[in-house]
Design a protein around this ligand. Structure first.
Ligand code: G1P
Length: 296
């Protein structure tokens, strides 16, 4: 039987230089899509997938991120007294149970694989999820839940994957496919950011369910693409050692909120998805586009 996945690692140590000057004083994970910080999207997705323990790999300057999960008693009292129950409920959704969150520090920026490895003692000997907060996925059921359900059938390790244009593969981990079964693909190899000859156009996006042995592979602290310790390489080692790795073509739309263009696209998509904003926002977008067209 496949063991239940209850722990997730959130590597949030990155400096977010692509969003300077905003990230001079706020962690990029606190940047807001509509009215919720990126980290809240990641947490909600993980919770929906049955995750109970949330492990953040942080670094200097991420204090605001840690504070975000504290209960805001004063604010809650004020809202309670004012009878603002809808806001109170919204706020309570951000609360985390005592002991559900752990923080480990990544002392040096040595790559995604290294960040995940920093959580090894908290993971122990069980399968775990990794969620990259830059990748926001709109999907129903949420992407990680789709993966947990698929993983319950396949076991092994699993990455979320989507097709990208071939000339974009150099920005991603890319799958070499052994067998394409439709929604699920069996993986023969993985290459991090191939400069040339990508093995396919199936890119890894930031959702993983990993066997604990991936941590052992990370123990080697092998340098990969860009001189960094790559998670992709540690997952590829699983295959070398005879363990199964699968890709799941998830249902949904992924937004790269690590880039400005992606963040703007996500803002539009999530804005249009909201019942309280849709009408006014759609009308505005429509007018903007019409004006642009008229001006051409
Ligand atoms: C990371 C991973 C890469 C993956 C990507 C998805 O890269 O290393 O394999 O395809 O996330 O967003 P990054 O974008 O952090 O450079």
């Amino acid at each position: 039987m496949v063991r239940k996945v209850t722990k997730a690692v959130f590597p949030v140590a990155g400096l977010g230089t692509r969003f300077l000057p905003a990230t001079k004083s706020i962690p990029k994970e606190i940047m807001t899509l509509v009215d919720r910080p990126l980290i809240q999207y990641a947490i909600d997705e993980a919770r929906a997938a049955g995750i109970e323990e949330f492990i953040f790999v942080t670094s200097r300057g991420k204090g605001a991120l840690e504070d975000y999960f504290d209960h805001a008693h004063e604010l809650e009292n004020t809202l309670h007294k004012a009878g603002k129950n809808d806001l109170l409920e919204l706020l309570r959704q951000t609360n985390m149970d005592s002991g559900a969150i752990a923080y480990v520090r990544q002392h040096k920026a040595m790559g995604l694989g290294h960040a995940v490895w920093c959580a090894r003692r908290l993971i122990g000997d069980e399968p775990f999820a990794v969620v990259l907060t830059d990748d926001v996925v709109m999907g129903e059921p949420p992407c990680l839940q789709q993966m947990i359900e698929a993983h319950a059938e396949t076991g092994g390790s699993m990455v979320a994957t989507m097709e990208v244009p071939l000339d974009k593969t150099k920005s991603y981990g890319v799958l070499d496919i052994e067998e394409d079964m439709g929604a699920i693909v069996k993986v023969r190899g993985m290459v991090e950011k191939p400069k040339e000859n990508p093995p396919s156009n199936l890119a890894v996006i930031g959702r993983y369910i990993l066997a604990p042995s991936v941590m052992e592979n990370l123990n080697k602290l092998k340098q990969g693409a860009g001189g960094e310790i790559q998670l992709t390489d540690a997952i590829a080692d699983e295959i070398e050692e005879g363990r199964d790795v699968f890709g799941l073509r998830f249902r949904g739309q992924r937004y790269d909120c690590g880039s400005k263009a992606g963040f703007l696209q996500a803002t539009v998509a999530f804005g249009l998805d909201r019942d309280d904003l849709r009408e006014e926002f759609a009308e505005y977008l429509h007018d903007v586009l019409a004006m642009r067209k008229a001006a051409e």
